[in-house]
Design a protein around this ligand. Structure first.
Ligand SMILES: Nc1ncnc2c1ncn2[C@@H]1O[C@H](COP(=O)(O)OP(=O)(O)OP(=O)(O)O)[C@@H](O)[C@H]1O
Ligand SMILES: [Mg+2]
Length: 291
């Protein structure tokens, strides 16, 4: 099972270049798509979900060009769009039955599947409640449930953790881990802690370009020995922000303690500290963007 993304570019009307020459090969596992607002994450996902055509480039699903034959992929696709909307008057079961019907799924097996999914997503107690009264987290879970109706081999979820409280975030991460296996799961976020625990691979995009795709350990190695701690007087912070890539600040009695990502010690008394994925992300962005 393989999804090959070859030289994908997307230009929207008005000359917006949302994606430029994206090349990626996705295999079973969890791939976190990380990037700031406007990076092109949703655009890429919509192209992979066959609801948007790229300007140039091809997407090949198990050897089949999805432009020529989108049905092969659609059959086994689960997709949760970023702007997922629900019908407020339907209850959870009715909504999932409706979503199943749209996908051409139905029958007794599907009824059983819906109950199974409601259980899996911890919504079984709320299965008869109208969705209009659901919290943001519950709506996200309904969104994930509809994406799982056909037991997809390719699961694309766009910003699933937005609006979730810490406990729900954790539950979602566990769910993704449970769902992985013989499946490609691509999910996007701009929150690093969401993906560092669960992703087998992390793809970083900014300004429509893929900066890197690597496993988290490799990303950390990239920045090993390049993260420093220095303490500066409060009033020097402006200047420091212009000079260095700062991944964190902590106020202390003797000034501001900065975490700086830099190839060389930013100051003679800088102390090397163990890197985090946050540092790696900033490093990749600061030193590869525009390169
Ligand atoms: N339908 C559209 N028409 C024109 N421009 C668009 C359209 N959709 C997205 N864009 C632009 O394309 C770029 C990429 O947008 P996209 O939504 O893919 O980014 P994103 O990484 O998903 O951002 P976010 O984190 O905010 O969801 C942005 O500059 C955006 O303004
Ligand atoms: Mg988006």
């Amino acid at each position: 099972m393989i999804l090959e993304i070859n030289q994908i570019s997307k230009q929207y009307k008005g000359n917006v270049r949302a994606l430029q020459d994206i090349n990626l090969q996705l295999k079973p596992g969890i791939i976190g798509l990380l990037g700031p607002n406007g990076a092109g994450k949703s655009t890429l996902m919509r192209i992979l979900a066959t609801i948007l055509q790229p300007t140039t480039g091809t997407v090949i699903w198990n050897g089949i060009d999805i432009r020529r034959n989108p049905d092969e992929l659609r059959r086994t696709l689960g997709y949760l769009p970023q702007d997922f909307g629900v019908y407020p008057h339907l209850n959870a079961i009715e909504f999932l039955e409706y979503a199943a019907a749209l996908k051409g799924l139905g029958g007794r097996l599907m009824k059983a599947r819906i109950l199974e999914l409601l259980e899996l997503l911890n919504l079984h107690h709320d299965r008869k409640r109208p969705l209009g009264g659901f919290s943001g987290g519950m709506r996200q879970r309904i969104g994930i449930a509809q994406a799982l109706l056909n037991d997809p081999k390719l699961l694309i979820i766009d910003e699933p953790t937005v609006g979730l409280d810490p406990e729900e975030r954790m539950r979602l991460r566990n769910l993704l881990t449970d769902l992985s296996g013989d499946r490609i799961i691509l999910f996007s976020t701009h929150i690093i802690s969401d993906i560092e625990a669960v992703s087998d691979q992390i793809a970083i995009i900014t300004k429509g370009r893929l900066l890197t795709k690597a496993d988290p350990a490799l990303l950390l190695r990239k920045v090993q020995g390049r993260v420093w701690s220095v303490t500066i007087p409060d009033q020097e912070i402006q200047e420091a922000r212009m000079r260095w890539t700062i991944s964190g600040t902590v106020r202390r009695e003797d000034g501001l303690q900065l975490r700086i990502v830099s190839d060389n010690p930013p100051l003679p008394h800088a102390i090397a500290v163990p890197p985090s994925l946050e540092d790696a992300y900033l490093y990749v962005r600061a030193f590869q963007e525009g390169a």
